[in-house]
Ligand binder design. Structure first.
Ligand SMILES: Nc1ncnc2c1ncn2[C@@H]1O[C@H](COP(=O)(O)OP(=O)(O)O)[C@@H](O)[C@H]1O
Ligand SMILES: [Mg+2]
Length: 118
């Protein structure tokens, strides 16, 4: 999940650079029983943050993306009982906020003797 998000940040940077420093910021904090991870960049920002998690939604050329990355991230976070949201920052840049419960929900797969059961 984090690789998908970080690769999206790399894709979002202006290739010409324009002399601007490319920055990805990762921040993690604990709030009671929840871990909050904020991943933000100073790239171009979301063209449409509301659609970012839609399956097959992409603004990239067919060679660079098929639009499944954030949709899979959404499913992973949901299956762990958490939430993921997409935002634009000012003056520009994208941010993803992931909130996960420290305690796994009861429907999460269990691992015993290296066997995963659902
Ligand atoms: N960090 C980001 N900055 C700007 N736009 C983003 C960022 N991450 C995702 N997006 C937008 O969300 C769309 C969907 O992302 P994703 O599901 O990972 O698919 P893909 O990377 O294959 O296009 C991207 O095509 C892009 O428009
Ligand atoms: Mg992607």
């Amino acid at each position: 999940m984090f690789l998908q998000i970080l690769n999206n940040s790399l894709d979002a940077f202006d290739p010409s650079g324009n002399g601007q420093q490319k920055t990805v910021r990762i921040d993690a904090s604990r709030h009671g029983g929840t871990v909050k991870v904020l991943i933000s960049d100073n790239g171009q920002g979301f063209a449409d943050p509301k659609r970012a998690f839609d399956p097959f939604f992409t603004t990239k050329s067919p060679r660079s993306g098929i639009g499944m990355g954030l949709s899979v991230c959404y499913a992973i976070v949901r299956d762990h009982g958490g939430e993921i949201t997409a935002h634009n920052q000012h003056p520009h840049g994208a941010a993803l906020v992931i909130e996960l419960p420290l305690k796994a929900p009861s429907f999460a797969p269990e691992t015993k003797d290296n066997v995963v059961t659902y």
